[in-house]
Ligand binder design. Sequence first.
Ligand SMILES: [Zn+2]
Length: 468
Amino acid sequence: MVISRRVGAVLVAATVTLSLGATPASATGHGHGGAGTPGAPGVGDGYFPAAGNGGYDVLHYGLEIRYEPTSRAFAGVATVSARATDRLSRFNLDLRGFEVRSVTVDGRAARYDRDGQELRISPKYGLSRGERFTVVVRYDGTTGRPTDIEGALYGWVSTPDGSFVANEPEGASTWYPVNDHPTDKASYDFRITVPAGKTAVANGELVEQRTKNGWTTFVWRARDPMASYLSTASVGDYDLRRSTGPRGLPIIDAVDRDLGPDAADGLARTREMIEYFSDLFGRYPFTSYGAIVDDDEDAGYALETQTRPIYSGPPSEGTVAHELAHQWYGNSVSPARWQEIWLNEGFASYAEWLWEEHSGGRTAQARFDTNYARPETASFWNPPPGDPGATNLFAGSVYTKGAMTLHALRTKIGDKAFFALLRSWYSANRDGTVTTADFVRLAEKVSKRQLDGFFQTWLYTPGKPTAW
Ligand SMILES: [Zn+2]
């Protein structure tokens, strides 16, 4: 993510109607799966305890959405294919707002109820550990402009011309029933129907586009494992522009028609950037790339939505480099809990420095020095990037002190070990989730140095580091 302007929560939250499911659920289940126990209502993330759910692993989401921007009417059918990791009498999906019309598990009506963001589902028969199952949830409502814990717009944000959809950290539940935590990645299919003339853009590749009776359906397929916060389905007055990246990589950009002719200037060097980062970090992780350039400055930020970063307005070249670098660090190698956010933002910010140096601008050393010159009393040094707190995920220190941590590490262990470390960090953890402890272990292994004191100083100690 790159923030240009965070807007306070002055707008009404989602105007969707909340209602309880028709039939109360109970915690009993009888059948081939045995009684089992209810799955946990969260995965145990200390910053966002209600995010995600226990007891199963989602393999695939099939999301069918019909959306009319003027009335904000939204109707969804979510088909969630999963595998039970426990014996379950009941399990939860995260879903905020909307009216749930029906829930089936493996084709049979299931009992369900709602409790805040938890949609609790009791299949007719319990689920055995290891059993694969398919949940279909039909839901509808009117979308709004939801905000995150800091009051910034996120999730399915209705805009005058459609929607700006960016979910970090746990806003996917504002538009589909989901196991909303990066530890549960899945593949996705999107079938989005919008009034003819509008364009719907999601992750992956556009595999079908058909107009009938005044509505256009866009089918997007995202085959690579993806964390829910990186999914998008943005709707607007976009032109789709196709080009080709290195090794034939399909690039599909969506640029809002209402923006000026220079709206996509920041994207001009995308191909070169992919080549540069692929040389540095390892092969580009996914099956396609591109950008969504919107005209919704209210959101005031960019997010590295997988394969297709979304920008609330025309991005700078530096921001484009940042969101591209996240495809490796953040999207393919993802945080196992939100406390580890610096593994996303510190890395993407440092990659932005590397790109600037590569393209003839300031060196990474110069940027480190400029930042390091700030006084000890500057608020810049806090909170510590390794544990910023749930309301400071996007604090400046997470980005800049995080990037400085990597530069300081580079000067401590040398270029050879440092760039080998960046490559191994990616190759060893592709499509996975990681913690800082994993990074420290790998850094020590690659450099053959003891580094716990170094990381303690840079990541967990408040204030300006003076010796490391
Ligand atoms: Zn970022």
